[in-house]
Write a protein that binds this ligand. Structure first.
Ligand code: Q46
Ligand code: ZN
Ligand code: ZN
Length: 311
């Protein structure tokens, strides 16, 4: 397999784009594409200040890396959730986030939930009895609240998260299975600011997860491989696996699923019943069934025609 740009040995092959690239050209292609998506979806402008939610994983660190390479003013925000899970999850993810910031001369804000509110996420979850044993409901609530608070307090124009196509397609799949109209209408690459809420953007939403893994590895970014221990067995992961099966049988299915959804939403077709033309129907003079064709209905005309031709 050869790189389409230079003819050298390809190191990444993207079946869904029918595109193979060498490492060097892949590392150019990802930021170029990201820039294209930022413009296409009107995410932010050059003079705006961006706060990147950083978790220490490959997606958020890659996003930060790409925005910095593109010359955007992007600072990071790490939220200390206080999750250990036997692997020191929060500790390690914070260490890697800080390491990335230091090595690249980037500014990282660190907010520790326990330091700020007296309890870690798992403890807050137990106390509040939300979410049936898993702290994810409390965690999601706290993350949204804190990211928004810090963006507002520190004067950032926009909040950026590292959600990739696999994440977005899985959420879309879940929302579709439940026909959650409200969520479907809010899902997309950009959630505009609305009273008290900062604008939220997802610049990586069109990249497959494995494209981001390839990027992080090629850039030599050190990230935490483990997922949060509470993610195991989640519905989200189940949906991802289902979509991966679909994708392996039909390369590009995931991207099409997401992009066609964005198109339908933009054109206003989603959940709007089309006005089917019932007007101007009249009875066919031959069979009496309703028809919009002038004179005979299409069926009678076909039969007529067949008669004439076989006479
Ligand atoms: S919600 Fe749940 Fe995640 Fe919070 S507790 Fe872990 S898995 S980090 S995306
Ligand atoms: Zn090349
Ligand atoms: Zn509040």
């Amino acid at each position: 397999m050869k790189c389409r740009k230079c003819g050298g040995k390809a190191s990444v092959n993207m079946r869904q784009h029918k595109l193979a690239l060498c490492k060097e050209h892949y590392l150019e292609w990802i930021p170029e594409q990201t820039e294209r998506f930022i413009k296409k979806y009107h995410m932010f402008a050059r003079d705006e200040r961006i706060l990147v939610a950083v978790s220490g994983g490959k997606d958020s660190l890659s996003l930060w890396d790409i925005l910095a390479r593109l010359g955007y003013q992007a600072d990071g925000l790490y939220l200390g959730l206080g999750i250990d899970g036997g692997i020191g999850y929060s500790h390690e993810s914070q260490r890697l986030s800080q390491k990335f910031a230091d090595e690249n001369n980037l500014k990282l804000h660190v907010v520790d939930i326990e330091g700020e509110y007296g309890h870690s996420i798992p403890v807050l979850s137990e106390i509040s009895h939300r979410g049936h044993g898993k702290p994810c409901a409390v965690c999601g609530l706290a993350k949204r609240h804190e990211m928004n608070r810090i963006a507002r307090d520190l004067g950032y124009d926009v909040l950026a998260t590292g959600h990739n196509l696999d994440d977005e397609a899985a959420v879309l799949f879940g929302n579709t299975l439940n026909w959650s109209a409200e969520y479907l209408l809010r899902q997309g690459p950009v959630l505009p600011a609305s009273d008290g809420f900062a604008r939220k953007v997802k610049p990586l939403c069109r990249f497959y997860e494995r494209e981001m893994t390839a990027y992080a590895l090629a850039r030599g970014i050190e990230y935490i491989y483990d997922e949060c221990p509470f993610a195991e067995g989640s519905q989200q992961i189940f949906y991802k696996e289902a979509l991966n099966q679909l994708e392996s049988a039909r390369p590009g299915a995931k991207l099409t699923f997401y992009l066609k959804f964005l198109e339908a939403r933009k054109s206003g077709e989603l959940f709007v019943e089309k006005n089917i033309e019932h007007a101007r129907l009249h009875a066919c003079p031959n069979c009496g069934q309703p028809t919009s064709a002038p004179g005979l209905c299409s069926f009678c005309r076909m039969v007529e025609k067949a008669k004439v031709e076989t006479e």
